[in-house]
Design a binder for this molecule. Structure first.
Ligand code: FNR
Ligand code: 8K6
Length: 347
């Protein structure tokens, strides 16, 4: 039954994956003070090269996107060189790796980049304090001007070019989990009155512009996308969001990306305004390659693929706990259960 997971999967003319298990993007906060990947990170990713595709932890496209300590970047030559060591090690072990491109928007904090403000669609602060840094409170963001938005699109596409320069096989645009791109797509964070807010077409304009700019720069076959139609992390969902994603998903489908990835921690969560789980909603509105994720085991993930719920399975926390996840699953060995204390080091 698990055989389904271990057959190669043709993503497109450019990329074939050796199996259907992807490593989900996992922020580890382990880059050095200049946000450069370390040798320990090289080894960590190289150990997981037997997955069909590694999606890297979220990587900052520029300094003012930072919202957590020691998250890596892809905007300085030193950072690009650091990532080249990672991609070479993964390739030497027979793997493939995409870079997840990230700007946290209102989830950023000026503390990290020495700025005066953070950028977001609207001046609506995230409530509360930063994880692991409770002394810092989220700030009221500055609504991005049209020229800020143009610059962000340019910087996303430059980061994608930097990723290819660093040897990545492609990029995943982080449009999920309540960060900058997602903030444009939900009414609770987007109250704009211009062409970037108010209607589904307007709210999708910035995300689609980023997708188009990156596809043009590095190729749609090397571009993936993660989206969270259900607001569940850093953001509140609103029944009106449904119309935004009803519009966005067919638009994304037209763009023939490498894949679309569900952004969720637990895919058994049901969203009333989506009429069920996020993967179910996305499958209904998107027929190309879909990556499912969120509390799946090899068996439940394989069942979901066989049932047509999605095509590829991303695994997060179990891959933190088991660098040899693929080997263990293939040989029927017991998996080590994930525990939050495992976040303290890279095994
Ligand atoms: C995450 N997740 C996540 N998602 C993302 O798009 N970019 C990221 O950088 C991170 N970082 C991250 C760190 C940690 C510690 C966790 C636990 C999760 C979400 C992740 O990709 C995945 O969707 C969830 O972990 C659900 O999958 P599992 O863990 O149930 O297989
Ligand atoms: C993408 C950056 C993430 C930075 C740290 C993430 C740490 C996540 C730890 C797991 C917490 C899960 C909370 C998810 C909310 C789900 C609500 C149903």
């Amino acid at each position: 039954m698990l055989d389904t997971l271990f057959h190669p999967f043709v993503l497109n003319d450019t990329l074939t994956l050796k199996n259907r298990i992807l490593m989900a993007p996992l922020t580890r906060c382990m880059a050095d003070d200049n946000l450069v990947p370390t040798p320990a990170m090289v080894d960590y990713y190289a150990r997981r090269a037997d997955t069909g595709l590694i999606i890297s932890e979220a990587i900052l496209i520029r300094a003012d996107g930072q919202g957590y300590p020691h998250t890596p970047g892809l905007f300085t030559p030193e950072q690009i060189n650091g990532w080249r060591n990672v991609t070479e090690a993964v390739h030497n072990n027979g793997g493939k790796i995409f870079a997840q491109l990230w700007h946290t928007g209102r989830v950023a904090h000026p503390f990290f980049f020495g700025g005066e403000y953070v950028l977001a669609p609207s001046a609506i602060a995230l409530e509360g304090t930063l994880p692991r840094m409770r002394e810092l409170t989220y700030t009221i963001p500055k609504p991005a001007t049209k020229s800020d938005i143009e610059q962000l699109i340019t910087d996303f596409s430059q980061a994608a070019a930097n990723a290819i320069d660093a040897g990545f096989d492609g990029v995943e645009i982080h449009g999920a989990n309540g960060y900058l791109i997602d903030q444009f797509l939900h009414f609770s964070t987007n109250e704009r009155k211009d062409e970037f807010g108010g209607t589904p077409e307007n709210m999708a304009r910035f995300p689609l512009a980023i997708i188009d700019a990156i596809s043009q720069r590095i190729g749609q076959d090397r571009t993936g996308l993660r989206l969270s139609p259900g607001g569940y992390f850093n953001i509140e969902g609103d029944a009106r969001d449904r119309a935004v994603f009803d519009y966005l998903l067919p638009e994304v489908e037209k763009r023939c990306l490498a894949y679309l990835h569900v952004g969720i921690f637990d895919d058994s969560m049901h969203f009333e305004y989506l009429d069920g789980s996020v993967s179910h909603y996305m499958r209904t509105h998107y027929q190309r390659t879909l990556v499912g994720v969120g509390c799946y085991s090899p068996q439940t993930g394989s069942n979901a693929i066989e049932a047509g719920q999605f095509d590829l399975l991303a695994i997060g926390r179990p891959l933190i706990a088991n660098p040899d996840y693929i080997h263990k699953v293939q040989t029927g060995k017991q998996l080590t259960p994930y525990d939050d204390t495992m976040l303290a080091q890279l095994i």
